[in-house]
Design a protein around this ligand. Structure first.
Ligand code: TRP
Length: 370
């Protein structure tokens, strides 16, 4: 960022002219760096590279990410800095970053249209997190329910990174001036905080630096629950492997998990009733989402079906949609490691360029030597 010409222009131009110059530069760079120019707004989202992604991540998030590529500029991050808020085995983390990249691509995130990169490769995330942290009252952080849940009873031993996690998340989003952020329901509070931090920063310097990012809460219609307990979300932290379908599961495993999924016995036919039949309703939700139809539509053929017949039909659909994804993830991980690395590098280069524009503007505002 500290090229001679930029320092020079900063000195000879009045401050407001300089600012608009940077802003124009940022908006001009976006279409240049990212393909397509009829698009509205900038989407930023990310997933932590801890363990394999599952069906809930796919139907609730990544599939939506893929669709948004048609209408928005998209940046999809692998948030490895967030991952280390809980200790990670270094070898497993490295592998997981690559698997997550492979998963994004296998699901249809297109590296030609979207930026895919790992967070730690762009130092601006940490840097902006520090600066934003200096504008975030402790009282706001103390309200974060995820910290309370994760820190549990051992609050004194919880690490600082776990506490400041939401500030880093705000930095991720604001670094690119993202306008839309698709996240799950569980991240809603963090996103509200990001909006509050953006507002606080804008007010502190009396400038509209950061747009307030709009949450796009995903998974409403496709909230995927555990296959073992219809009242719990499908989660990578559930100790039962049979509670979830990993995107890396092969066809046999997918089929086996569906056939073994918990289902009720005391009703005739298959129909949606989230209260009385949470497990069957979850399986219907999954079927509808996989077929991209409404639940009413999906349940029609099964009005008189038994559990086994229904599960077999669901397994067929799940295998035909998901096993090509898992085959592709396996292939990328096995044969295309260099390609995956090059996608991440290219993504990091583009993100770094974008981030530097924002950082320079922020440095100016807070009073650092530009
Ligand atoms: N905290 C998010 C999660 O665990 C991941 C994340 C980090 C994120 N930074 C982000 C999501 C920025 C959206 C935007 O799901």
């Amino acid at each position: 960022m500290k090229t001679k010409s930029k320092q020079y222009s900063a000195r000879i131009m009045p401050f407001s002219v300089f600012l608009s110059f940077i802003l124009v530069q940022l908006s001009a760079k976006l279409p240049a760096i990212m393909a397509g120019n009829q698009k509205e707004g900038l989407v930023f989202s990310g997933v932590q590279p801890t363990g394999n992604l599952h069906l809930g991540n796919y139907l609730g998030a990544i599939r939506q990410w893929v669709r948004m590529q048609d209408s928005h500029h998209c940046i999809y991050c692998i948030v490895d800095l967030h991952a280390i808020t809980v200790f990670q085995n270094p070898e497993a983390l490295r592998e997981s970053i690559l698997t997550t990249a492979a998963t994004y691509i296998a699901c249809g995130v297109d590296p030609k249209r979207s930026i895919i990169f790992n967070q730690s490769a762009v130092p601006g995330h940490s840097e902006l997190a520090w600066i934003l942290g200096c504008h975030t009252p402790l009282g706001w952080l103390n309200r974060m329910t995820q910290f309370k849940e994760k820190a549990g009873k051992h609050r004194e031993n919880a690490v600082l990174g776990l506490y400041s996690y939401p500030v880093l998340m705000a930095a991720d989003i604001l670094l690119y001036k993202a306008t839309h952020v698709p996240v799950g329901e569980d991240q809603k509070q963090h996103l509200e905080l990001a909006r509050d931090i953006a507002g606080a920063f804008n007010r502190a310097y009396n400038q509209d630096v950061f747009p307030l990012p709009e949450p796009l809460i995903l998974g409403g219609a496709t909230r995927v629950m555990s296959l073992r307990d219809g009242s719990k979300k499908m989660s990578k932290s559930d100790e039962s492997d049979f509670s979830r379908i990993h995107l890396t599961d092969d066809a046999d495993t997918i089929r086996r998990k569906i056939m073994k999924a918990k289902a009720d016995m005391e009703f005739d036919g298959i129909y949606y009733d989230a209260e009385k039949r949470p497990e069957i309703s979850n399986l219907l939700t999954i079927l509808a989402a996989l077929q991209d139809v409404s639940v009413e539509e999906a349940q029609k053929p099964f009005a008189n079906a038994g559990n086994k017949e229904f599960k077999e039909a669901l397994a067929d659909v799940a295998v035909s949609t998901l096993s090509p994804i898992s085959t592709e993830i396996q292939r990328l991980i096995r044969d295309e490691r260099t390609y995956l690395m090059s996608i991440l590098e290219e993504g990091a280069d583009k993100s770094r360029k974008l981030s530097e524009v924002t950082l320079q503007e922020v440095h100016q505002l807070v009073g650092f030597l530009a």
